[in-house]
Design a protein around this ligand. Structure first.
Ligand code: LMR
Length: 397
């Protein structure tokens, strides 16, 4: 049965962690997977999460099944977080949200759901995009195509090319957008550009699928969802895949959500029910613990305030490191202009260096960055920035 199987290549992102752990260089720096780290290089459990877990331990009174859609309270809280509590779609009862195992689980359910509606449909993803999008959607039975997004030469968005490509998309296709903190480029659409995209979706009829994995890491919780809300205001149907891995620091809990918006409450009932059947044959029902933490935080005014504060500390540290990185690159002899780093949002920056330079950083300096030249800015700290920028200066020479 299994004799034909061959060793698969290492995951382009998670595979780096394995190599990093095995590296004995005391100066090694991990700028690979998108995980928040504090100045000391630690990924602490948020205090609001600890408080919610304590509350949970004391108050949980059953471990009975939750069902395929997961916790209704969590689902309501997430719907409000992504759309804003007073969004008309909530008032019109046109959205159904299901808890999922992480943001990847949400994407896979979205892919399977699209495939259920239109078997073998095409989903368009940005060039570049998160390294796992292609695999998740292909595994769901979809065909994956790329639309231009990032101008590698000028280190900015290539919006005109993106719009031209989207004009060619068919009504039966889905198009994936990153709501904020584009992974890997860090370059986001502005509100005007979101409006153009929303109107294209409405006029052509393609289905927007919005991946919001970093809400709160760009400019703020509402600011980071503003583009997604522009689209939701304009189109009849869309899918939103969200994650609590980063903004709640719940990486290993695997908690996210898949939301589907229908053109009416009656259609939303059908879409939500079909999505639940997709879950039932995939993993039956989502795990409860992460959802319980998030709903406990979001049901308490005090814990919500604490969470906002902790999220802001993470966001501010990352943007501070962007500034420091640009300053230190110049100070340590890099003559190329890296100021674009401060114009990118969220956890990632796209250095635009060559595969050879990336390999040298790893082999000679034990600095681990993703092969696309994406760095996790949260891995930069005052204690390692000189070694990092001096090493970059050496490989750029
Ligand atoms: C990343 O892009 O680094 C994160 O989303 C972690 C992952 O699963 O790839």
């Amino acid at each position: 049965m299994f004799s034909q199987l061959e060793m698969p290549p290492a995951d382009p992102i998670l595979g780096l962690s394995v190599k990093f752990k095995a590296d004995t260089n005391p100066d090694k720096i991990d700028l690979g997977p998108g995980i928040y780290k504090d100045e000391a290089g630690k990924t602490p459990v948020l205090a609001c999460v600890k408080a919610a877990e304590t509350f949970r331990v004391e108050n949980e009174d059953t471990k009975v099944y939750l069902g395929s859609t997961g916790s209704a309270l969590f689902n309501d809280k997430i719907t409000s977080l992504i759309l804003g509590a007073d969004h008309k779609i909530i008032a019109e009862n046109r959205i159904r949200t299901l808890s999922t195992p992480g943001g990847t689980g949400a994407l896979r359910i979205a892919g399977e759901f699209i495939n259920r509606s239109k078997p073998g449909a095409t989903i368009w993803v940005s060039n570049p995009t998160w390294a796992n999008h292609q695999g998740v959607f292909t595994a769901s039975g979809l065909k994956v195509e790329n639309y231009p997004y990032y101008d590698y030469e000028n280190k900015c968005l290539d919006f005109d090319a993106m719009v031209e490509a989207l004009k060619q998309v068919s009504a039966d296709d889905a198009v994936l957008f990153h709501a904020c903190c584009h992974n890997p480029s860090g370059m986001d659409l502005n509100q005007e550009q979101w409006k153009v995209v929303a109107e294209l979706a409405r006029d052509i009829g393609f289905t927007p699928v919005i991946d919001i994995a970093y809400q709160g890491f760009g400019n703020g919780l509402d600011e980071d969802a503003a583009g997604l809300r522009v689209v939701a205001n304009v189109v009849d149907q869309m899918i939103i895949c969200s994650s609590c891995s980063k903004n709640f620091g719940l990486y290993r809990e695997r908690i996210g959500a898949c939301s589907v918006i229908g053109s009416s409450a009656a259609q939303a009932d059908i879409l939500g029910a079909v999505m639940a059947t997709v879950v039932r044959v995939t993993y039956s029902m989502p795990p409860a613990h992460g959802a319980a933490i998030v709903e406990t935080i979001l049901s308490s005014e005090e814990l919500t305030q604490q969470w906002h504060g902790e999220l802001q500390v993470m966001r501010d540290r990352i943007s501070g490191m962007r500034q420091l990185l640009v300053e230190k690159l110049a100070e340590n002899g890099v003559t190329e202009d890296f100021s674009f780093i401060t114009r990118q949002n969220g956890m990632f920056s796209f250095l635009g260096i060559t595969p050879e330079q990336i390999a040298r950083l790893q082999d000679e300096f034990s600095i681990y960055i993703v092969g696309s030249s994406r760095i996790n800015v949260a891995g930069v700290a005052p204690a390692n920035v000189d070694y990092l920028t001096q090493s970059i200066a050496k490989v750029l020479k």
